[in-house]
Ligand binder design. Structure first.
Ligand SMILES: Cc1ncc(COP(=O)(O)O)c(C=O)c1O
Length: 365
């Protein structure tokens, strides 16, 4: 028998979350962001839940081929554009739209031989300082692109650094508007946090929104808001079972480094899940976990293949008891991935993407 650990992907929840994203910006088209293999879920596993999207946005050309192989004929956008000139051949062949964020990408397009001109999204660096042309250089890049026979329509895009936090997006929206106001073409600036928090603002939702983490049931602005506040459902459950039980006495310690010391008699369960499964090692004593759908806490340090849980709230739980590390338990109780991520000093995005290859995955609504 294999180890009892199992990840379950819920496409119906992905669909539900897409609907929640649409409600936040009803008149915008929605890019379903499926980069990083759909944030660790598997593109093929979530595809059914995302059929109602208007397009798929990703980074990797191999992932774009996988989306086309699923029969998707609509728009696909390469968020970082092409990485070398020959990638443009695949864009022509598969009809991929692509971001253009630097001069080299314009040079490559100018030298590209194609029968069909490309749809491009010209990226502005409006303050994130990652990719894109500064507002001062944006219009000359636009003019250069516009003069190329290889280019069809040019859309304008930028990306926010602080849509989930107190600094907000106003300064970047203002920079974007000032540099693009009289340019033709569609616009796309909002990620999940901007969509949920500012989707009511027509200057933010614009023609397209890029919905990423919202599709996967994690609140982009946790802990200020919780997934349930945004009507989001978990799309990934990581579950395992108890494979050992220990009865501790006062003074007994648990796990590597003896990080936990029992104050009195305590029953603990040993769970078949560790950091080699993608569970964060930084989750120390007190991280929430469900045993038989009842909320309890982890105890001590996470090891490679095991972790310990406090059985006090579920004294009947023994060998084989269901443990939900995040997601939905059999009794319907939900443990948001964001709470586990917070306990580990990280974000839900990282936990989803870090699910280890050794964990078997099934699809179940
Ligand atoms: C350019 C771009 N757009 C959209 C997204 C989606 O962001 P989120 O998952 O926060 O919605 C990302 C993700 O990092 C991105 O890099």
């Amino acid at each position: 028998m294999p180890r009892p650990i199992l990840a379950t992907i819920h496409p119906a929840a992905v669909h539900h979350n897409l609907e929640s994203a649409r409600r936040a910006a009803p008149d915008a088209r929605v890019w379903a962001v499926v980069k990083a293999n759909a944030y660790g879920h598997g593109i093929e596993r979530v595809f059914e839940g995302l059929r109602a999207a208007d397009g798929f946005a990703l980074l990797d050309l191999a992932e774009a081929e996988r989306v086309r192989a699923l029969g998707w004929r609509g728009p696909i956008l390469l968020l970082e554009g092409v990485f070398e000139p020959r990638d443009l051949e695949l864009c022509s062949r598969l009809g991929l739209w692509h971001a253009v964020h630097c001069d080299a990408q314009i040079d490559w397009l100018a030298a590209h031989k194609t029968q069909v001109p490309h749809r491009v999204f010209l990226k502005m660096n409006s303050g994130m300082n990652r990719l894109g042309f500064t507002p001062e250089r944006y219009r000359s890049a636009w003019a250069r692109l516009n003069a190329l026979p290889q280019v069809d329509e040019i859309s304008c895009m930028t990306h926010f650094s602080d849509a989930d936090g107190p600094r907000g997006i106003a300064h970047q929206v203002q920079a974007f508007q000032a540099a693009t106001q009289d340019l033709p073409g569609e616009r796309c600036i909002a990620n999940s946090a901007a969509l949920l928090r500012h989707g009511g603002d027509a200057q933010v939702r614009l023609d397209w929104v890029r919905a990423g983490i919202v599709l996967y049931g994690s609140a982009p602005d946790h802990p200020e808001r919780r997934a349930a506040d945004w009507d989001l459902q978990p799309t990934m459950t990581l579950a395992s079972r108890i494979i050992g039980v220990q009865q501790l006495q006062a003074g007994d310690t648990v796990g590597y480094g003896s990080r936990f010391t029992a104050q009195g008699p305590l029953g603990i369960g040993i769970v078949a899940c560790g950091y080699a499964d993608g569970y964060p090692r930084h989750c120390d004593t007190g991280t929430p976990v469900l045993v038989n759908g009842v909320r309890t806490r982890t105890i001590g340090r996470v090891s490679m293949d095991m972790l310990a849980v406090d059985l006090t709230p579920v004294p009947g739980a023994g060998l084989g008891a269901e443990v939900t590390l995040w997601g939905r338990a059999a009794n319907g109780a939900v443990l948001p991935i964001d709470e586990v991520a917070q306990a580990g000093g990280t974000i839900g995005y990282e936990l989803m993407c870090a699910l280890a290859p050794r964990v078997p995955v099934v699809v179940q609504d």
